[in-house]
Design a protein around this ligand. Sequence first.
Ligand code: GAR
Length: 182
Amino acid sequence: MLASTNGTILPDIFSADYQGKAEFCVLLTNKNGCGARKKAEKKGIPSVFLSAKGKTREEWDAEAIHILQEYKADLVILVGFMRILSPIFVSVFPECILNIHPSLLPKFAGGMDTDVHAEVLRSKETETGATVHIVTEELDAGPIILQKSTPVFPDDTPETLKNRVQSLEKEILPEAIRRFLM
Ligand code: GAR
């Protein structure tokens, strides 16, 4: 798992029912002390901080690949991971990287976190949602596995939308993982 943020949905993702077929082997982060790291540790899942300071994207990715291989990860899940992966990374885990994105892709691709929700509100959308897709070289453009939508209400703020969209993420990410395991 790769993460950079608070990891709000992680407790639900960790405790979902995978019928004993999934093991979260490591959480790798580029943000030391982020909430996601703390949540993994609380669950007894090893975590590794890999600093990006002074490294090119390819250098960071090469080290990340090495760590994930050491932990024998066969599925990489991006949960609030605020970096763009290089083509090298994507080629090492072909069709084995899942990303959760807080919009109904292909709408609002390329945005991050609350910026996406703010953009949804600015665009006066009447619905939004969450998408799990396979990561390819093109940002937020890989094949969609699952999507779930929610209405946008007139009094919504980026924060209320984020809350509601994350409750969808808690449903569709475990389901996507279960599909991968089948
Ligand atoms: C994730 O839940 C997801 O919606 C979004 O960031 C959130 C992190 O929230 N991911 C992306 O924008 C990826 N492009 P958090 O701060 O509660 O962990």
